[in-house]
Design a binder for this molecule. Sequence first.
Ligand code: C2E
Ligand code: CA
Ligand code: CA
Length: 237
Amino acid sequence: MVERAIQQNAFYMVYQPQVECKGRKIVGFESLLRIRNEACSPDQFIPVAEQYGYITKLGKIAVEQVVRQLARWKDEGRTLCPISINFSSYQIYDDDFVDFLLYQMERHGIPHEYVVLEITESILFEESKQTKAVFKRLVEEGIELHLDDFGTGYSSFAYLPYIPLNTVKMDKSIVDNFLSSNGDVVRNLISIVHDLGMVVIVEGVEEEWQYEKLVEYGCDRIQGYLFGGPVLATEIS
Ligand code: C2E
Ligand code: CA
Ligand code: CA
């Protein structure tokens, strides 16, 4: 299915808003890949693409789609918001990813601040020269790195000061497991991330009471069905 979708240009993006807590204003979007006419979610096809060597191609398709969307909004005279792109750990072996990304942005006249990369901690386990070089270059080019899915996996704080991250995205499981019964866990996690000089986005917020608690705990941004699920770019006003 992944192979066919590549051949038939069947991948497209949906965009989910990221909302600033205080003003409830949209300050960014996360891009999420979909396959046209297939009832198959990225949780299913991304691991397959990673395992069978298609993720390099999918990573570039994601970049093309997102930069083209930014260019379209720019041409329409709209105020741009940064769009986050998911960067799979396997893409670290794609030697020309950074060149490709920079080339696409330059070609469409998109300033680097409008593209963000979401990485997961698994990329950091392997403290290779290549990983460090890739991150260093991205940050020097003004591209923000956000740590995705914090709260799943090991969630170690040890490496947080050593990589140039701006933002930590807390996984939905943190909200689900702690917010109602043990809110101090969430409050303290937010406070540690702030002490490290980073911004907190909490994911998977579906209800108003969760939003209110998170605001009280100092959360910066929220991404969740409460403020909108992923939609086509044409549905964003
Ligand atoms: P993710 O990066 O953690 O993306 C957030 C997922 O949570 C999305 O699922 C989103 O639709 C869902 N979500 C957001 N708010 C809520 C909420 O309030 N409640 C619930 N129940 N879910 C919410 P989606 O689009 O199915 O994507 C699943 C995963 O697939 C992503 O998790 C990401 O790891 C991967 N993925 C998606 N697009 C791409 C891509 O372009 N490249 C790569 N490498 N991975 C991608
Ligand atoms: Ca993500
Ligand atoms: Ca996530």
